[in-house]
Design a protein around this ligand. Sequence first.
Ligand code: HEC
Ligand code: HEC
Ligand code: HEC
Ligand code: HEC
Length: 122
Amino acid sequence: MKRYLLIIIIIFGISSIVLSNQQSVIDRSVFKNPQRSSALFNHDDHNEKAELEDCAICHHVYEDKKLVEGESSEDDSCSSCHTLKRTEKNIISIRTAFHKRCKRCHFKVSKGPVLCGECHIK
Ligand code: HEC
Ligand code: HEC
Ligand code: HEC
Ligand code: HEC
């Protein structure tokens, strides 16, 4: 009996590690009625493989519409600044913010997905 219990616990442990590894960190709750499946993005894995060491490549800081060099904003979600609809204060909607940031780099370096279905997999 004890052996079975141990095996079950081990299987549970492994599968929860696997699951948490696959989890996307992107909070998409701003999209009230999402049209697409959530996009693939495995934060640490992605950044390691793509060799992105500067957090501000994605987590940037702006002041008076000017990019602040050497500072990063990883404690703020993108949607805390980029709202669902573009406004006068922020001309980049949250959807455009993600697409611009992600796709533009993939295009530039010819690596990583650029087609809708490659990120929003069913
Ligand atoms: C490089 C990856 C990537 C590609 C390629 C991409 N997207 Fe996205 N998309 C994202 C991310 C990241 C988000 C924001 C997080 C989320 O929704 O999971 C997003 C959000 C969205 C949203 C808003 C949320 C929703 O589901 O309503 C729509 C609509 C969307 N994408 C459509 C598209 C379409 C259409 C294409 C192809 C023309 C496309 N995307 C290509 C990464 C991508
Ligand atoms: C390729 C773009 C990219 C790079 C580079 C990047 N991040 Fe992120 N990070 C994201 C995205 C996208 C989110 C999700 C933001 C959201 O939900 O609004 C995120 C979320 C986070 C979060 C909050 C979510 C969580 O895991 O609790 C932290 C903390 C974070 N990143 C830290 C970092 C640090 C530290 C670095 C640099 C070592 C870094 N990031 C580099 C794109 C990136
Ligand atoms: C502290 C507020 C803030 C946070 C957090 C923030 N942004 Fe921005 N972002 C801005 C402002 C302000 C602009 C400039 C918009 C303008 O020109 O009016 C901008 C511009 C952009 C642009 C267009 C210019 C460029 O750099 O290519 C993209 C793409 C973008 N943001 C993506 C993101 C993503 C993705 C995240 C989350 C990982 C994020 N932003 C987090 C404030 C923020
Ligand atoms: C500054 C460049 C850059 C940015 C910004 C960037 N990526 Fe990537 N991405 C890469 C590179 C390079 C690869 C290929 C890595 C490799 O060698 O496997 C990649 C690969 C991927 C892959 C394939 C699977 C994987 O994890 O390797 C996905 C999915 C992906 N990116 C999603 C995203 C999303 C979503 C964003 C925006 C939140 C994003 N990327 C932003 C450079 C970038």
